[in-house]
Structure formats: C-alpha cells, structure tokens
Design a protein around this ligand. Structure first.
Ligand code: SAH
Ligand code: MG
Length: 221
C-alpha cells in the first residue's frame, strides 16, 4: 500500500478531500470497524467514494458484483443509487452470513440480492438474468481473467466492467523473487490480465490510481 501511495502521492490530497466529506452513518462506520477488526478486505472508504463518483457518470440500473465479502460495497452503492438493483456473489460462508445480517439491517435490503456460490462454478443460466449495465470484479485476484471471460457476456454493449485491486498493494510492481512464493502465480495472473485487457479491441480500458487500482473497461457498442 505504501509503495502505491508514494508513487501517486494520493495521501497529499486525502485530508483535503476528507475535510469536505459528509459524516458517515453509524451503520457504515460499524461495518468499516468490523472489517478492520476481522481483516475483511473491503474497499477503502475514500476509494469507494471515488468509485461511486465514477459510477454516477454511468448511472447503472442493474449491477453485478463478484466478491461481496460482508456486503459493504453493495450497501454503499445501493445507498448512493436508490434505483440500482444489485446482485452480488460470495463463496465464503462466514462472510456471506455476515453480509446477509448487514444487508437485512440496512435501508437498502430490497435493492440487493446475494448469492452464496463460487462465481467460477455458478450456473449463469440457472441463477442470473442479464443483461447488466455494470460488472464489479472484486474477488480472487488470480482469477480476474476467468471472471471477466465468464461474466462479461452478461454486460450490455456500452456497459462497464470495473475491477478492484489491480495494484494488489503494490505487488504488481515487484520482481517475482521479491514476492512471497505463494503470491507469485496470483500476481503473474493479475499482470497478464492487465496486459490482456488494456489493448483488447472490444473494450476501452483505463487503469485509475484509485484506492488499490481501479480498472474501468467500457464495452464497445
Ligand atoms: N467487494 C467487497 C470486498 C470483497 S473482498 C467490498 O469492497 O466491500 C473479496 C471477496 O471475494 C472475499 O470475501 C472472498 O471470499 C470472495 N471470493 C473470492 N473468490 C471468489 C469466488 N471465486 N467466488 C465468489 N466469491 C469469491
Ligand atoms: Mg477489493
């Protein structure tokens, strides 16, 4: 994380932006605290603010998310867009159950449908009804291309595919030998996904230094 911040000096502007933000609800603060205490890798508060700002340019009505964790990003997005319908997929039982708890306690439960499944095994025909305006990939980082290839056909032409954690806390910049052995394949896959999507002729892709790296791939009409 530190490496990325140093490269883009985002931290110089954070406090200035934060000084002008509205106060968070106790409910949202509670989710952030829970995530921090339990090491749940939810999107950073500032990053999701920026993501919501970007989403408001697109104003998606039907939104599909891979990787719900405890439902934080789904709830934040549903709160920001009263007309949005979100379908979100989570494979981990404990996180899925916590997400249900938070979604039910939120004011946006009618906007969010959560499915417990491994997104790579889920039957699309039996569980999902496309098309969607937007897809948000925020699950296993070594599998982004597989998620993309499986779910992008559900996205409308002109729709957008967003991917979080494209920097993987700065690890994409490190030499293979510097990386922990167990992370090497994941990082290699993330780099090759990046190299595959950027020149892809069916998408206009941009990688933004938002949070831990937010990729935006617009599906050409
Ligand atoms: N989008 C959430 C954070 C997601 S963290 C937020 O910002 O609030 C990533 C989640 O993806 C984890 O909870 C993990 O269990 C889940 N995940 C990883 N691989 C998955 C897969 N193949 N299918 C479904 N969920 C997956
Ligand atoms: Mg993430």
């Amino acid at each position: 994380m530190k490496l990325v911040e140093e490269l883009f000096t985002i931290h110089n502007y954070d406090s200035y932006i934060e000084a002008h933000l509205q106060e968070k609800s106790a409910f949202i603060q509670n989710m952030e605290d829970y995530a921090r205490e339990n090491h749940v890798p939810i999107m950073g508060s500032r990053a999701i603010d920026t993501f919501i700002g970007i989403l408001s340019l697109q104003n998606p009505k039907r939104f599909l998310e891979i990787g719900s964790a405890i439902g934080y990003s789904s709830i934040r997005i549903a709160e920001a867009f009263p007309e949005i319908e979100i379908t979100t997929i989570e494979r981990n039982t404990g996180r899925y159950e916590k997400a249900i708890e938070y979604i039910e306690a939120s004011d946006v439960s009618s906007q969010i449908q959560i499915i417990q499944a491994d997104a790579l095994e889920l039957s699309i025909e039996e569980n999902l009804e496309g098309p969607y305006d937007a897809l948000f990939i925020d699950a296993a980082k070594g599998q982004y291309q597989r998620f993309f290839e499986k779910y992008s056909p559900l996205i409308k032409p002109g729709g957008v595919i967003y991917c979080d954690n494209m920097f993987m806390h700065g690890m994409v910049l490190q030499e293979d030998q510097e990386l922990p052995r167990r992370k090497r394949t994941m990082i290699r896959n993330l780099r090759s996904f990046m190299a595959w999507i950027m020149p892809h002729e069916d998408y206009n892709a941009t990688l933004l230094p938002v949070g831990d790296g937010l990729l935006i791939a617009i599906k050409k009409e």
